[in-house]
Write a protein that binds this ligand. Structure first.
Ligand SMILES: NC(=O)c1ccc[n+]([C@@H]2O[C@H](COP(=O)([O-])OP(=O)(O)OC[C@H]3O[C@@H](n4cnc5c(N)ncnc54)[C@H](OP(=O)(O)O)[C@@H]3O)[C@@H](O)[C@H]2O)c1
Length: 359
C-alpha cells in the first residue's frame, strides 16, 4: 500500500515501511503500549515461582505467550502454570535497575542488508521480545550491518522500552570516539544503555575512555566481554581493577569454564553478567538431537530444549540475563519462556550438567 511515496507492508502489529517505520498517523502497536503500562517490576527472581506469581499474571501475558509458543515439532508448549507468568527481572548490581532475564543477541542473524522481507522478520523478532516482557538487545560495531539494521527496524515508539547494548573494538579516545559515534549514528540514538569493550585480551586494558563517555551520557553502563578462555585471566584482572558494570562471557551447558573464576569474580565486584553463546552457535542442539526432554525438567518449567539450556544459565545466581541469538520470531518466543516459572536449584543444575555430559 503506497503511503507518502513509500511502500508499506502489513506485519503483525501494524503497517511498516521497508525501513521498519510506521507511517505517520498510525497508532502505536497495542502490544507495545500495554507492555509499558504493566511492565513487570518484581525484584526477587525466586518470587517467580508459580505459587507466588500466578496471581500477578495478566490476560495480556497469557495471550502474548500462548501466541508466541505455537511452534510445534519438538518445541512443545510449556506447562499452563508457567505460561501465565510474567518475565522475571534481575537487578543490575551497580544501580538496582531491573533487567528482564531473557534478551536477544544479534551477532549471527541481523546483518541482513536492505532485504525488506528479512528486515520485516527481524522486526517481528523485536516485537516478540517486547511483547514477551524482554528489553535487552545485544549488538556490536563489528557485527556487519547489524547496528544499522537495528537502527532502521526499531520503531521510534519502542525505543524507550529497550535496553540497547553494543560493543567497541577500541578502548582509546582517539580511535574509540569515532567508532562510538558511528555506532550511535547507525543505531539512530544519542545514547546506548550499555557500552562494552569487545573481547578483552590484555590485563592492562583500561576503561578510562568508556567511563568518560558514560559521564558524557553517551552510555549508561560500561562493560567488558570475552568469549575465549585464553583471555579469562585478562578479563578477571580488568574486572577486579576497573569494576565495570557488566561482564559478558560465553557460558552454556556445553561450555562451563566461566563458572570457575569469572562468574564468582563478577559477583564479587558487583558486575551484572550477560551470557553469550548460550547454544554454542546452535551446536548444543546436536547433542540432544532426537532426544526428548527428561521428565524432571518439568520441575523447573522447562518445556523445550532451548528453555532447558537457558534455565541452566539463569539458575546461576551471578547471571543477570541470557542473550540467545535468533532471527526467528518463534524461537524468540520460545527463548523468552525460559524467563518464566521456576529455575533449577543447585542440585537440579548438577543433575542437568551430569545429564548433558553423559550424552
Ligand atoms: N565476544 C563477544 O562479545 C560475543 C561473542 C559471541 C556472541 N556474543 C553475543 O551472544 C549472542 C548469542 O550468541 P550467538 O547468536 O552467536 O549464538 P547462540 O545464541 O549460542 O546460538 C544462536 C543460534 O541458535 C539458534 N536458535 C536460537 N534460539 C533457538 C531456538 N529457540 N530454537 C532453535 N534454535 C535457536 C539461532 O538460529 P535461528 O536464527 O534460526 O533461531 C542461531 O543460529 C550473540 O548474538 C551476541 O550478541 C558475544
Amino acid at each position: 500500500m503506497p503511503t507518502a511515496g513509500r511502500s508499506f507492508v502489513k506485519r503483525r502489529g501494524g503497517l511498516v515501511n521497508c525501513r521498519g517505520r510506521r507511517p505517520a498517523g498510525l497508532s502505536v502497536p497495542r502490544s507495545v503500549m500495554v507492555h509499558e503500562a504493566s511492565a513487570p517490576t518484581m525484584t526477587n527472581f525466586r518470587d517467580h515461582h508459580p505459587r507466588n506469581a500466578a496471581a500477578a499474571a495478566t490476560r495480556r501475558h497469557v495471550l502474548a505467550i500462548s501466541a508466541g509458543l505455537a511452534i510445534g515439532g519438538v518445541f512443545a508448549a510449556p506447562p499452563a502454570g508457567a505460561r501465565s507468568l510474567p518475565m522475571a527481572t534481575r537487578p543490575i548490581p551497580h544501580s538496582g535497575e531491573q533487567l528482564p532475564v531473557v534478551g536477544l543477541g544479534t551477532a549471527a542473524n541481523f546483518s541482513v542488508g536492505a532485504d525488506e522481507g528479512r528486515r520485516a522478520a527481524l522486526g517481528e523478532v523485536i516485537e516478540r521480545l517486547i511483547e514477551g516482557g524482554g528489553k535487552l538487545i545485544d549488538t556490536a560495531s563489528s557485527y556487519g550491518a547489524a547496528e544499522e539494521v537495528l537502527g532502521a527496524i526499531i520503531p521510534p515508539e519502542a525505543r524507550g522500552r529497550l535496553f540497547l547494548a553494543t560493543k567497541l573494538e577500541n578502548a582509546d579516545m582517539a580511535s574509540g570516539a569515532p567508532e562510538l559515534r558511528r555506532s550511535l549514528d547507525r543505531l539512530r540514538t544519542g545514547q546506548v544503555a550499555l557500552l562494552q569493550l569487545h573481547n578483552v585480551s590484555r590485563a592492562s586494558q583500561s576503561l578510562a575512555a568508556f567511563r568518560d563517555w558514560k559521564a558524557e551520557g553517551l552510555c549508561r553502563y560500561v562493560g567488558i566481554t570475552t568469549t575465549s578462555d585464553r583471555d579469562y585471566a585478562a578479563a578477571e584482572a580488568i574486572l577486579r581493577r576497573e569494576k565495570p558494570d557488566f561482564l559478558q562471557v560465553d557460558y552454556s551447558l556445553a561450555e562451563r569454564k566461566a563458572e570457575t573464576r569469572l562468574l564468582p569474580a563478577a559477583a564479587e565486584v558487583g558486575a551484572a553478567v550477560l551470557t553469550a553463546l548460550p547454544f554454542g552457535r546452535r551446536s548444543i542442539f546436536r547433542a540432544v538431537a532426537g532426544r526428548t526432554l527428561p521428565d524432571w525438567a518439568e520441575a523447573f518449567d522447562a518445556a523445550t530444549w532451548p528453555q532447558f539450556f537457558l534455565k541452566y544459565l539463569l539458575g546461576h545466581e551471578a547471571v543477570t540475563a541470557v542473550i540467545p541469538g535468533t532471527g526467528n520470531p518463534d524461537h524468540m518466543a520460545d527463548n523468552l519462556a525460559a524467563g518464566r516459572g521456576r529455575l533449577p536449584d543447585a542440585a537440579q543444575r548438577r543433575a542437568m550438567a551430569a545429564f548433558f555430559d553423559a550424552l
